[in-house]
Design a protein around this ligand. Structure first.
Ligand SMILES: Cc1ncc(C[n+]2csc(CCOP(=O)(O)OP(=O)(O)O)c2C)c(N)n1
Length: 283
């Protein structure tokens, strides 16, 4: 990716460190939060928000804009930091979903992946932040990237293993995901929890802790890594306009006509209702 004129590698690195700093400041201000969980995903956020995703700053809720889902929701400070960096709120239809490795031990993740693969949702990219550590101990698979990759391939996803702190590799993998037809893509990113925080990176016992006074030293260290502090990158606009959808004037083709006392299975009544909506609202 170095030398690719479409990817400003240094600017993306600088933004990742700015997002780390904002995550420390926000969690210190509330004396609570998960700065180390934010640090492992900083490069992924930088590349997603400022290279890959398409959205309009002037119309944050435009339906044609890409959508980001932070599945490991406890890392919200870095999501807010990315919004602030993009100078706006978030908006939504390619869909990018970022999942924690500890979180990936839960069955609901694999149920969702099965669904996405079965329905060939090629507009979905799932990024796994494999930072080796969970809440109170290392995850069961730690950095066994090959095991994650084998499982995801077996679930029918196009699977790419990357260095999750290399913005060039991330940008390339996300570009490849966009071109993939017929199946969702999984990007399995090898990362380190607390990345860029000296003496904290990859150490246990730092989950969900604001850094306090230690944070000020770390912010100075991160600032020293930034080449251009006034860097700003503009997100790309959507490629096409999504059709306007009016949900306020949706009507049933005929009103419900059940007789008092009649026993109707819920699933049948629900299906009848949906069909009546479709009858009058087919495009
Ligand atoms: C459904 C659910 N189970 C458990 C928790 C408690 N919890 C919060 S963070 C966390 C660890 C998450 O680890 P991981 O997904 O690896 O994310 P990391 O913080 O390491 O980036 C747990 C178990 C939760 N918030 N939600």
């Amino acid at each position: 990716m170095k030398g690719d004129k479409n990817v400003d590698i240094q600017a993306l690195k600088d933004i990742a460190n700015k997002l780390r700093i904002d995550s420390i400041v926000a969690t210190n201000a509330s004396k609570s939060g998960h700065p180390t969980s934010c640090a492992s995903m900083a490069e992924m956020m930088s590349v997603l928000f400022f290279h890959t995703m398409r959205y309009k700053i002037s119309a944050p809720k435009d339906p044609s804009a890409d959508r980001f889902i932070l599945s490991k929701g406890h890392a919200a400070p870095i999501l807010y930091a990315a919004w602030a960096e993009a100078a706006h709120q978030w908006c939504w239809p390619r869909v990018f979903c970022l999942v924690g490795d500890g979180e990936a031990a839960e069955g609901s993740i694999w149920e969702a992946l099965h669904f996405a693969s079965h329905y060939k949702l090629d507009n979905l990219v799932v990024l796994f932040d494999v930072n080796r550590l969970g809440q109170s101990e290392p995850t069961s698979l730690q950095h066994q990237m090959d095991v994650y990759a084998a499982r995801l391939k077996a679930f029918g996803l196009h699977t790419l293993v990357v260095d999750g702190h290399d913005v060039g590799e991330l940008a390339k993998a996300l570009d490849e995901a966009a071109a993939r037809a017929g199946q969702p893509t999984a990007i399995v990113a090898k990362t380190y929890k607390g990345r860029g925080f000296p003496a904290i990176e990859d150490q246990d016992n730092w989950h969900g802790k604001a850094l306090g006074a230690e944070g000020d030293k770390i912010i100075k260290h991160l600032q020293s890594q930034i080449k251009n502090a006034s860097i700003s990158l503009k997100p790309q606009p959507p490629l096409a306009e999504a059709p306007k959808v009016h949900i306020s004037d949706i009507t049933l083709s005929s009103p419900p006509a059940y007789k008092k006392g009649e026993l109707v299975a819920t699933r049948l009544a629900y299906g009848t209702g949906l069909k009546k909506i479709a009858d009058t609202n087919l495009r």
